[in-house]
Design a protein around this ligand. Structure first.
Ligand SMILES: *Cc1c(COP(=O)(O)O)cnc(C)c1O
Length: 416
């Protein structure tokens, strides 16, 4: 029997997938006539809202002119403009833009850049990565290697390259100093072998929406830099507003050497990714020898339609900047209010919020059935969530109305 094999789904258990016929703003319209609030932005992608009109129009217009070209030989105006517009939001050191088409490839390209840069600047022994407990950087082999080991990658364990792992879990304040000392010790011991440290700044996403203490994050970034490690920020999830600023690095006040962007880059409408690096990395690839180039690329690198969507996304962000900041604050304050007033009837491990993300954490892990059952119960009540194990979280598109957001919280309350 023909059947679509779904991502992250135990197919023996799940047989039915409701058909979505239309999506607009924060609503998914199902074939059975039901309206569903998309409380997680369709997996952290949709920024402004579904089918945002300016982005849709840009894609339509662009598709009349130019479908696809080979970036290794040609350029096009949408990519050139996108890089120019995006630069206005970035520190000037981040000025070399490498395109690909999803978050994993953005990370994978960043890791390869870092390793090859070390080799070509005469530090081949600096070839190990440092990453953190609960981190998630994607599903390709390199990205899996720098991610936390666990249920997502257990079968491939023997294929993953070894890393040094640091113990950021959910830090309570009294454990911050201990964590910092831990990190310091790892650096003292290994820094001569360390190429880079890779971080999901401010919020670790798939690992359970874990919020970093900003001061500690700042300290570890500074220490890593002072030890000559490349700092790789994986802002695939945190980019484009999720943490309450356009990028998480703004709140940390530190410029990474490599920045990975994807998910919200096109407003979440089309696949596109960027790995952005500094001149000092880029110049290690310049040589008369072809083999010193970054010999990496993907078929859809810099696709013109995706670039035009990203360009439109940036224009919407720029045009509505003050309105958006207000909206983000409003969402955050409703989230905090509702979290504060929560009266759960089951034991709760933690409640937390940062930017547009808010979390109620029950006991239980990824293998438990809670997530799927909660999804089904919420869907019946008109809300789409997909808890990470026992971690119920929301991360709504920016257009969500107050009433819709309160409805989402009412439904979450009914689950706990
Ligand atoms: C989703 C995600 C990725 C992987 O992106 P894909 O487009 O799913 O490959 C990488 N890093 C982070 C932080 C993510 O949230």
């Amino acid at each position: 029997m023909n059947f679509i094999w779904r991502p992250f789904t135990q197919m023996q258990k799940v047989k039915e997938f409701p058909e979505v016929v239309r999506a607009k703003d924060s609503i998914l319209y199902l074939k059975n006539g039901k309206k569903i609030i998309d409380a997680i932005s369709s997996w952290w992608l949709i920024t402004h809202g579904h089918c945002q009109k300016d982005i849709v129009k840009a894609i339509q217009e662009s598709s009349q002119e130019l479908d696809q070209i080979l970036f290794a030989n040609f350029t096009h105006s949408k990519a050139e403009q996108l890089v120019k517009e995006l630069s206005e939001f970035l520190p000037s050191q981040l000025n070399k833009f490498f395109f690909s088409d999803n978050g994993s490839t953005a990370v994978e390209s960043g890791l390869k850049m870092a390793v090859q840069s070390r080799i070509q600047k005469g530090e081949p022994e600096r070839n190990k990565f440092l990453s953190f407990k609960n981190s998630y950087h994607g599903d390709t082999v390199g990205a899996m290697s720098v991610s936390a080991r666990g249920i997502f990658n257990r079968p491939y364990k023997s294929f993953l390259f070894p890393i040094y792992s640091c113990s950021q879990g959910s830090l309570s304040f009294d454990s911050e100093e201990k964590f910092y000392r831990d990190f310091e010790r790892q650096l003292e011991k290994h820094h001569k072998k360390l190429c880079a440290v890779i971080i999901e700044p401010l919020i670790q996403g798939a690992g359970g929406m874990i919020i970093w203490p900003v001061a500690t994050l700042k300290r570890i970034c500074r220490l890593a830099k002072s030890r000559g490690l490349y700092l790789i920020f994986d802002e695939v999830m945190t980019g484009f507003g999720r943490t309450g600023s356009l990028f998480a690095f703004e709140q940390i006040g530190i410029t990474p050497d490599i920045l990975c962007l994807s998910k919200g880059l096109t407003g979440g409408i089309l696949p596109l990714a960027l790995t952005i690096s500094t001149d000092s990395i880029y110049k290690n690839f310049l040589s008369p020898k072809k083999e010193k180039a970054l010999l990496h690329g993907h078929s859809f690198t810099g696709n013109p339609l995706s670039c035009s969507a990203a360009l439109a996304n940036l224009k919407v962000l720029k045009k509505n900047k003050s309105k958006l900041l207000k909206k983000w604050k409003q969402i955050e304050s409703i989230n905090c209010d509702r979290l504060k007033n929560l009266k759960p009837s089951v034991p709760i491990k933690d409640k937390r919020a940062k930017g547009l993300v808010a979390v109620v954490q029950k006991k239980g892990d990824y293998s438990s059935d809670f997530s799927y059952e909660a999804y089904q119960k919420a869907l019946k009540q008109g809300v789409f969530i997909r808890p990470l194990g026992g971690v119920i979280y929301i991360l709504p598109p920016y257009c969500i109305s107050k009433q819709e957001l309160h409805k989402v919280w009412d439904v979450i309350e009914s689950l706990i």
